[in-house]
Design a protein around this ligand. Structure first.
Ligand SMILES: [Zn+2]
Ligand SMILES: [Zn+2]
Length: 264
């Protein structure tokens, strides 16, 4: 299912729409746009793209149900509804789909767009993601990998034309993600949660997130020396996290920059 030539030839284009684990001035919530047509999480899909570019998004993959990853779905649907011929296909775990249908698209907080304009041709359709079962969209292959967070959550191995990027958002210390990373030839980079600074270690532990301290331990599980791009920083912790990451003096570490377009 390869669509228009939105990416330059044989290059995977990843645009960081939202790079944070919370919302504040200049901080948008987690959302990537891949090859202009696939959104990976939807914390800010309606907030940084023109309506025309939003209309070009055909698929949304969701890591989990938390609102910093899903909150723009109602507004995105409203923006593109009536401007598209096609249904928007959302891929999510059964638990995530259940939560969105129950709490967001429930006819109380927002209309149920899985039944509008009618049951036969709805604006939105949900499809179930299953652990480690790959899915191909627009020539890009996504493999959902279970990670460790209070609700069922996936990271994704993202592959196109022999190149791969491993993206994980919310997780505490985890295992399977690193086995996949170490077993993937052509892995170009890993994107990883660093939500809290070290002074909030206890909060990070109980909410299953990483700090620079636990990040450093996680990186001992990664065999190849490749860039590790950190994201999902909580807005009040940004400056402290950056200082603590710099103090680790690991040349592979960098931050996934909101607004930047990466090509792999
Ligand atoms: Zn989150
Ligand atoms: Zn979360």
């Amino acid at each position: 299912m390869k669509r228009s030539g939105s990416a330059t030839e044989d290059t995977m284009k990843i645009e960081v729409i939202g790079g944070y684990g919370g919302e504040s001035l200049g901080c948008r919530m987690t959302c990537l746009l891949i090859n202009d047509s696939i959104a990976l999480d939807a914390g800010s899909l309606s907030q940084a793209l023109t309506i025309e570019r939003q209309v070009g998004v055909d698929w949304i993959l969701l890591s989990h149900s938390h609102i910093d990853h899903t909150s723009s779905i109602p507004f995105f649907i409203e923006n593109v509804f009536n401007r598209r011929q096609r249904t928007i296909d959302i891929y999510a775990s059964m638990a995530t789909t259940y939560a969105i249908r129950k709490y967001l698209l429930n006819n109380s907080t927002w209309p149920d767009f899985t039944r509008l304009p009618n049951n036969l041709l709805p604006a939105v359709r949900f499809h179930e993601l299953q652990d480690e079962r790959p899915l191909e969209l627009d020539g890009v292959r996504f493999t959902p990998i279970p990670v460790d967070h209070p609700v069922p959550t996936h990271g994704f191995l993202i592959e196109q034309d022999g190149k791969a990027v491993l993206w994980s958002s919310d997780t505490g210390p985890t295992r399977r993600l690193w086995e996949i990373a170490n077993g993937t030839p052509g892995l170009q980079a890993v994107c990883l949660d660093t939500s809290f600074d070290n002074s909030l270690q206890q909060i990070a532990d109980v909410s299953f997130h990483l700090t620079p301290r636990t990040l450093e331990r996680e990186l001992e599980k990664l065999e190849p020396n490749i860039p590790v791009l950190l994201h999902h920083l909580k807005p009040p912790c940004v400056e402290q996290i950056r200082a603590e990451v710099r103090a680790l003096r690991n040349p592979d570490l960098d931050f996934l920059e909101q607004g930047k377009v990466y090509r792999f």
